[in-house]
Design a protein around this ligand. Structure first.
Ligand SMILES: Nc1ncnc2c1ncn2[C@@H]1O[C@H](COP(=O)(O)OP(=O)(O)OP(=O)(O)O)[C@@H](O)[C@H]1O
Length: 331
């Protein structure tokens, strides 16, 4: 288990991490999220003893990293896949780490096979692609068979097969009872991989909850309703917070539950062909929650953070202009 309490880090005038407290529990993949510059890497570096905190503590299974007798057996980490001597072979890189931590040399072949590098173990790491270096970094993290794993952006540079592989590896590590902490900006992948989320913004904790609770708490749920009597239906849904068109016979409604929409439709004798509560994406929930905590935003992001939102804004606009909505619906 990782236990972070009141962790604070200052770089000159920048308060990179500001009184952060959270725990990473065994048996779960915990996603570590935050906009650029939120303080994720700094926090991970302090957990791994690579940066000293100004105040607060970070422990792994009850001890600070620096006090672990064999660190690689306590916590495996992937922070910087470039941190390998280019002239060393993958095998010798891992062998050096194993020797320093009292890990039997047989583990080197095991982890090379685990990450799919068994055929290139004798090649120099300097010839590796980014994806191969990521795999080598993951092999190093697994070397000591540790109960705690920390991965900073492990998906960088991986192809689709590699991304699926990481997902199943993380899930398996958690199923074996390990505590897994992983940062990533790839929200769709995080949504599929993590059980729990720690979200930070400007160095502070802004959410610590299960994936499901996070998505439910931080985004408006939409209900898709289809009817051949779309005009009547729209009139009846005047009390909803927001209604926008979805194709020629559909409306996307926020602010009303499916049962309420069904009841309104029944009362007004409107026939319904579909009534579906839509799952909101992690990306949308994350954007909604962290909008105020984003240090760096592009001009386009100010108005529409995702293509999905741009489309939403456009649809809202067209919903306000019936002529345009009809034209679009007819397409
Ligand atoms: N060595 C350093 N010296 C000075 N400032 C630093 C240093 N490392 C990080 N910072 C600053 O601390 C803040 C947090 O940075 P950090 O890299 O931890 O964020 P992050 O959440 O990992 O961001 P990203 O998602 O972009 O990787 C930023 O404002 C960054 O500029």
């Amino acid at each position: 288990m990782i236990d972070v309490r009141g962790l604070t880090k200052r770089y000159g005038d920048v308060l990179a991490v500001d009184g952060l407290t959270f725990a990473v529990r065994p048996g779960e993949v915990t996603g570590f999220l935050g906009p650029n510059g939120a303080g994720k890497s700094t926090t991970l570096r302090m957990i791994l003893g690579l940066d000293a905190a100004n105040s607060g503590t970070a422990t792994v299974n009850g001890r600070p990293y620096a006090e672990q007798p064999a660190p690689l057996k306590a916590v495996g980490a992937l922070l910087d896949p470039g941190a390998v001597l280019p002239s060393r072979t993958a095998y010798h890189h891992l062998l050096g780490l194993a020797a320093g931590n009292g890990i039997p040399r047989g583990r080197v072949d095991d982890v090379l096979a685990e990450v799919g590098l068994e055929n290139v173990g004798r090649r120099r790491a300097g010839t590796f692609s980014l994806g191969m270096r990521q795999r080598l970094g993951i092999a190093a993290a697994l070397l000591g068979d540790p109960p705690v794993l920390v991965f900073d952006e492990p998906l960088n540079g991986l192809d689709p097969e590699g991304i699926v592989w990481i997902r199943s590896l993380m899930r398996r590590m958690a199923a074996e009872g390990r505590a897994v902490l992983m940062s990533s900006h790839l929200m769709s992948e995080m949504e599929l991989t993590a059980d729990h989320l720690i979200v930070i913004g400007r160095g502070r904790l802004i959410a610590d909850m299960t994936m499901k609770a996070f998505i439910e708490a931080h985004s408006d749920r939409e209900v898709l309703v289809r009817s051949p009597q779309i005009t009547e239906l729209r009139r009846m849904l005047a009390t909803a917070v927001n209604v926008r068109t979805d194709g020629p016979d559909g409306l996307l409604v926020t602010g009303l539950e499916p049962a309420e929409i069904g009841a309104l439709a029944a009362a007004g004798d409107v026939e319904l062909h579909e009534l579906t509560a839509r799952q909101v994406s992690l990306e949308q929930a994350f954007m909604d929650l962290t909008r105020d905590a984003q240090e760096f935003r592009t001009e386009r992001a100010e108005t529409a953070e995702t293509p999905e939102k741009a489309e939403k804004a456009e649809r809202l606009e067209s919903a306000e202009k019936p002529d345009k909505a009809e034209t679009e619906a007819g397409r």
